[in-house]
Design a binder for this molecule. Sequence first.
Ligand SMILES: *[C@@H]1O[C@H](CO)[C@@H](O)[C@H](O)[C@H]1NC(C)=O
Ligand SMILES: *[C@@H]1O[C@H](CO)[C@@H](O)[C@H](O)[C@H]1NC(C)=O
Ligand SMILES: *[C@@H]1O[C@H](CO)[C@@H](O)[C@H](O)[C@H]1NC(C)=O
Length: 358
Amino acid sequence: MRARARILKKFHNLIVLLCCYVILLCIQVCVAQKNPKVKKAENMQDLFNTSSCIPKPYICPHPQIEFYLYTRRTQQKPEILNTLSNDSLYNSHFNRMNPTKLVIHGFGGGRNLSPSTDMRAAYFHNGAYNIIIVDYGSLAKEPCLQQMSWAPRFCAKCVAQFIRYLALHPRGIKADQIHIVGYSVGAHIAGVAANYLNPKIDGKLGRITGLDPSIVFYQRGNRSRDIDESDAHFVDILHTGAGILGQWGPNGHADFYINGGSSQPGCSSDTLFKTVACDHTKVTPYFIESIVTSKGFYAYPCPNLVSFLIGWCNPDDDEYVLMGEHVSQKARGIYYVRTNPDVPFAQGDPRKRRKDIY
Ligand SMILES: *[C@@H]1O[C@H](CO)[C@@H](O)[C@H](O)[C@H]1NC(C)=O
Ligand SMILES: *[C@@H]1O[C@H](CO)[C@@H](O)[C@H](O)[C@H]1NC(C)=O
Ligand SMILES: *[C@@H]1O[C@H](CO)[C@@H](O)[C@H](O)[C@H]1NC(C)=O
């Protein structure tokens, strides 16, 4: 009976959240109109005036889509890479022997904002990397992106151009050596950028990690226009706000539904907006912790979500995989994982606990 009550409660929560999502969208429009910091939409036409956020001309490279290189030695002094000049890479601290991460943020992000800052700190804690932050902060302000379904596509084009720059550069790398980490709409941009690449010239992206790909634009049925498993040798997706602000998926080779994938512990809040936004944004602290954790986020397959929610999965020991940065690239399919409500989120290896019991 208790298990049944828990399922009912979960479904009740889901339905309430879905209704509220609709309300939330309405509220967002109102807030966008009231908030003086956001460019005001005076009328319907303005909402679709695509020139109001991105200055013309719409050509890559674009001054508002910048590529900032951070290395362990230059953590405080990033270098801008300019696709029009091979010298800019020659003169930078880029080192092709180190792993390269291309980080694409979501709404309201930027190189000096969390999670870009925390993610860099985590990687550099581990070792030497080329971390390139795609900073399109001024374009990622709401409502710019929401109103222009082509803005992420434009951004993706410029990202693809940058990848080609690295592929052609004598001291650069092919796409195969690049790991893109995209958060929210950034995950979507990564998937679209992959579609602009030419395998003969650029290679194929090594890995894309999608952090709760945003629902705002897509789900229009054509997955090859979005992030999918054809976009890289390995595509792993972490879902935390699925169906609410994130996509339901599955989108990748391996999809991880964290705590069931749609609502996160520690996210209940007095306002619904905060709750839903928290579910969506909590994916980045999980991923960042996965870079440095010694415990690990161990995920496992389960026949379905309901079985997971009531604790009826019974995976074999060899079916467990690590989620996050250190994922096994052999992982395929849908996985579930539980976290703690607070830092540290990782619960460690459940197989060890099982052995301790017996
Ligand atoms: C679009 O926005 C730009 C800049 O705000 C403005 O100059 C232009 O008149 C607008 N165009 C239309 C059709 O509203
Ligand atoms: C950089 O060098 C490569 C190889 O010499 C060349 O193909 C490419 O066009 C150059 N890129 C720029 C921006 O000059
Ligand atoms: C989906 O998009 C791809 C690439 O844009 C296109 O080639 C394909 O025909 C589309 N499929 C459908 C069903 O629209």
